[in-house]
Design a protein around this ligand. Structure first.
Ligand SMILES: [Zn+2]
Ligand SMILES: [Zn+2]
Length: 310
């Protein structure tokens, strides 16, 4: 179904917490989750409430293609704020004994990552403990002291190969390569951006980050010439600069700050992401009309929107 393809599905584009209201149906109310399928390799960016629908979509795809192979996915967590992990216990494949799930996030150690997710999402908060889940879950901590980290997804391998940037350079033509970049631009413990490369196309996922005046030079280098940049755009410029209702320092960007990152990195397309929960469809349409008509290649992402890079 996805042989030689690079397809991106937005399953949750909201920040902070889910919203369920008729005025939010167009852009959606689920929190951060992007399902990417690259040459039949599944990559899930963040596990906000949108991951529930990602799981349902994947199940339907497997029924449609009569795919009875063992299920594999990797989940890349940008950070451990609740809007990026809250859907995880309700992800259907977490409870499937035929599933291999590799979870990646910055943490002190693999055990530390497991412990944090266990404490947040399972112990007192869910009927099952983390060790009672039926799937085969591997917890992979990403060292934050450097960005010398890479994952290779090979055609013939069912599991991700964890390597470094030198190792990534040896990737073969049909491999999917993932790298990460840590930044302190988000309270309290920073955030990871991820880059997925395949077939000459590149996607960069950079949510929950508050940019600098003139843009973040590290990000513009990391995202240089990418085909699609998914970037935090929680606020309008007006709300971001509000004196009455302070938003500066919250760890999020305005739409204009995201556009600046697109310009600096020469990204071909920019997808706005992680909308403020006070912005209903009418408000986001207003923002869209004021921004997007000025420049092509800007995407006001909607829940379930699909973008094909290949
Ligand atoms: Zn968030
Ligand atoms: Zn956050």
């Amino acid at each position: 179904m996805y042989k030689n393809k690079f397809v991106v599905y937005f399953k949750g584009v909201r920040g902070s917490h889910p919203v369920a209201h008729k005025d939010f149906m167009k852009y959606g109310g689920n929190t951060a989750c992007v399902y990417v399928n690259v040459n039949n390799k599944r990559i899930i960016l963040d596990a906000g409430s949108g991951i529930v629908n990602a799981g349902n979509q994947i199940r339907e795809e497997r029924i449609l293609t009569q795919d009875k192979s063992r299920f594999n996915t990797i989940i890349l967590l940008s950070h451990l704020h609740f809007d990026h992990i809250s859907g995880l216990p309700f992800f259907n494949y977490l409870h499937n004994p035929e599933a291999n799930i590799d979870i990646f996030c910055k943490a002190e150690s693999n055990e530390n990552l497991k412990q944090i997710l266990s404490d947040f999402l399972f112990n007192q908060s869910f009927p099952l403990n983390i060790d009672e889940l039926k799937s085969n879950i591997t917890f992979n901590s990403i060292n934050v002291s450097n960005d010398n980290f890479a994952i290779i997804l090979r055609d013939e391998d069912t599991r991700p190969v964890i390597t470094n940037l030198d190792g990534a350079k040896k990737a073969e033509e049909n491999d999917v390569v993932i790298t990460s970049m840590y930044s302190k631009m988000h309270q309290k413990n920073g955030v990871n951006a991820y880059k997925i490369s395949y077939g000459g196309k590149t996607l960069v996922y950079a949510t929950d980050r508050e940019s600098y005046v003139g843009g973040d030079k590290l990000l513009s280098s990391f995202a240089r010439d990418c085909d699609l940049l998914i970037h935090d755009s929680q606020y309008t410029e007006c709300d971001y600069n509000s004196i009455a209702n302070v938003k500066q320092g919250f760890g999020h960007s305005s739409f204009e700050m995201a556009i600046k990152e697109k310009e600096n990195s020469h990204a071909k397309m920019l997808a706005f992401f992680h909308y403020d929960t006070n912005y209903n469809d009418e408000k986001i349409d207003e923002i869209k009309n004021s921004i997007i008509n000025k420049t092509e290649s800007l995407i006001m992402t909607e829940e379930n929107q699909k973008i094909e890079l290949l």
